[in-house]
Design a protein around this ligand. Structure first.
Ligand code: ADP
Ligand code: MG
Length: 639
């Protein structure tokens, strides 16, 4: 056995570095968190070759005093923690005092820094963790750290690196998450010379989402805000019609930290149950805030796992907040009441009155009209304003240039444009976003008149779509089958009693696949609840004696077959099967497209849609389409 020896410190550092510095993205994360901890309001990230050859982060934070600069790169050197007690109350992102030491151990670093208000700054070059001399220099207030040739002295680690594009994408992911958790900080990322992300830092989450995740995603979102006990939930979720093909756009933050959580994912998707098309997933950017003692942060700081003390409290708070927001979506906009008969039966006089130009009507207090969606302006400020740097470069916007020799005597030239601070950004660069709908107090007058229907049914076309208009001059097309199906579905779910059944004069024989027949016979009781009374007739044939009262007898066999298929699937997912069975029953018992319906039936459907009670059929298809007067006029080029 060889002798036991203490490792030389640089070897120990290399090992420790492996824990913190896995890849360029982990370097970016540590440096960005330092910039945030330093109080920066604007941060620029620049990288080349996925961050392996060049990764530079410039902030306008507090800077580091020249005499403290070498200390910052020592292991366990931190300004954020003094005593063990501090550890419990930690508010900053980094606190172990390891990152700079670990990163510098496996790269070449140049750091420029200047304290706020200081006359000059300082620059330091380090190679493999060994610092050179600190020299005085002019530079912008804040800190620029440039990490070059990552893993140049640890070829083994280098081998684990993925393609540049994958490493660059991982850095983008880190920047995106930090931008979304700090909407008050402007983040800019420049990858191989091209700007790929720039958030305005105006403090609005939606602005950050728009800039970091794109216009389409941002426009398809709905605000959510709520709490359950001490768990607060705030952010944005996908509108049901804007479901995504994958879960990639589900972004959760817990107490400001990006986390991956199956619990939160499950709560989100449960809230969308029966509102999304099959195979579609909701997206979200949501911040969950809860007391520090309700969440276990004692996990590896580089990992994104999180453990809640009470899973149920978090699940419920999140689930109900999202569900309430989805329920409240798209309520008709405070129309005044009006009730007229179905199928236009106006007299000539009424017609004349109706077609006379409308007098100016004052909106009742508290009503709000739909604004045509204003096109959003890009979130990117037209031109970033520069910070002042008194002694060095008096003019704004002037980049700072410095040349730093490395140990082999090669010179590295830097051009640093100070990141734009928020307060210096021109006001008009703020993103214009649709106002979050504020809860509007219903005017008393409206409450009183609520009994009379505030809409008029015009008629039905294609034996499928009901046309109606409301008092806010919106034109509605309502899919009668989808609307009725939803109503049936909700009623079935709400009602605990078995469905009424009708006995058939002559029992029906339904021949099914052997597996399906077996599923039917295993679930006779469930089927009875849905109004079917069946018996085994041998050889995959089932004898049906009673069928649900509200489905057509002619549909009984196909309904049973569909139920059997779903029961089969239920062997895999017993939870989901109940809703699936309800779907079938709702669909089969609903008014069908193409069928003749009477006025009362249709009016009842319109009433439900207009009250905002139903919006999507159980499969997530829309029940109604609303065209504002503005949209109609636009079609005719009047607006
Ligand atoms: P930690 O963040 O855990 O304290 P680091 O090794 O990341 O440890 O940083 C060491 C110290 O260097 C920090 O505590 C902080 O005082 C200082 N520092 C690092 N980066 C910056 C920065 N961008 N601006 C100001 N100070 C910084
Ligand atoms: Mg740190």
């Amino acid at each position: 056995m060889p002798q036991i020896q203490c490792l030389p410190s640089h070897v120990a550092d290399l090992i420790a570095a492996g824990e913190v510095v896995e890849r360029p993205a982990s370097v970016a994360k540590e440096l960005l968190e330092n910039a945030i901890d330093a109080g920066a309001t604007a941060i620029v990230v620049e990288l080349e070759r996925g961050g392996l050859t060049y990764l530079r982060i410039t902030d306008n934070g507090c800077g580091i005093a020249p005499e403290e600069l070498p200390t910052a790169f020592l292991r366990h050197a931190t300004s954020k923690l003094r005593t063990a007690d501090d550890l419990a109350a930690i508010g900053t992102l980094g606190f172990r005092g390891e990152a700079l030491a670990a990163i510098s151990a496996v790269s070449r670093i140049d750091v420029f820094t200047r304290r706020k208000g200081a006359d000059s700054g300082a620059v330091l070059h380090l190679e493999g963790g060994v610092p050179g001399e600190v020299t005085e220099t002019g530079c912008p207030e804040g800190t620029t750290i440039c990490v070059r040739d990552l893993f140049y002295n640890t070829p083994a680690r280098m081998k684990f690196m993925k393609k540049d594009s994958a490493e660059g994408a991982a850095v983008s992911g880190i920047v995106q998450h930090l931008a979304l958790s700090h909407p008050d900080i402007s983040f800019k990322m420049i990858r191989d010379g091209a700007e790929v992300l720039h958030t305005p830092g105006d403090g609005k989450l939606l602005s950050a989402i728009y800039a970091a995740m794109g216009r389409d995603f941002a426009m398809g979102l709905l605000p959510v805000k709520g709490c359950g006990g001490e768990v607060e939930v705030q952010g944005f979720v996908t509108k049901p019609l804007h479901g995504h093909g994958t879960r990639a756009r589900q972004v959760f933050f817990v107490n400001g930290r990006f986390v991956k959580s199956q619990l939160l994912q499950a709560a989100l998707e449960e809230a969308y149950r029966n509102r999304l098309l099959k195979g579609k997933f909701p997206g979200c950017v949501v911040h969950i805030t809860l007391p520090k003692d309700m969440v276990d942060v004692n996990v590896h700081p580089a990992k994104t796992v999180v453990k809640f003390v009470s899973d149920k409290a978090v699940f419920d708070a999140f689930y109900y907040t999202v569900r309430d927001a989805l329920d409240g979506e798209n309520k008709p906009e405070a129309p005044a009441p009006r009730q007229e008969s179905f199928y236009q039966t106006m007299t000539a006089q009424q017609f004349k009155e109706k077609t006379a130009p409308a007098p100016e009507v004052k909106k009742p207090l508290g009503s709000y009209t739909a604004r045509p969606a204003a096109p959003m302006k890009p979130a990117i400020p037209a031109k970033p304003a520069a910070l002042a740097f008194h002694d060095v470069a008096p003019q704004k916007d002037q980049p700072f240039t410095a040349t730093v020799p490395d140990r082999s005597g090669r010179e590295m030239t830097y051009h640093i444009t100070p990141p734009a601070a928020v307060e210096e950004k021109p006001a008009q660069t703020a993103v214009e976003l649709p106002a979050e709908p504020a809860p509007v107090a219903e005017p008393v007058q409206q409450q009183l008149e609520a009994q009379a229907a505030p809409w008029r049914m015009v008629g039905e076309v294609l034996r499928t779509y009901i046309i109606c208009e409301d008092e806010a001059d919106n034109v509605w097309l309502i899919d009668k089958h989808a609307a009725h199906e939803r109503i049936r579905f909700d009623a079935l779910k709400a009602d605990d009693h078995p469905l009424m059944s009708q006995m058939l004069l002559a029992p029906l024989t339904v021949t099914l696949a052997a597996e399906e027949a077996a599923a039917v016979l295993e679930n006779l009781e469930t089927l009875h609840r849905f109004g079917f009374v069946c018996e085994d007739f041998g050889d995959g044939t089932v004898l049906v004696r009673e069928v649900p009262a509200d489905i057509r007898t002619g549909d009984a066999a196909s309904t049973l077959e569909e139920l059997a298929q779903k029961l089969l699937l239920g062997r895999i997912d017993p939870e989901g099967v109940r809703d699936e069975l309800y779907h079938t029953m709702a669909c089969k018992s609903a008014i069908k497209a193409g069928m003749v319906s009477n006025e009362k039936e249709l009016a009842a459907l319109v009433g439900k849609v207009q009250s905002g009670e139903i919006k999507y059929c159980p499969h997530g298809r829309p029940v109604a389409v609303k065209l504002s007067k503005y949209e109609v006029e636009k079609m005719f080029k009047r607006a």
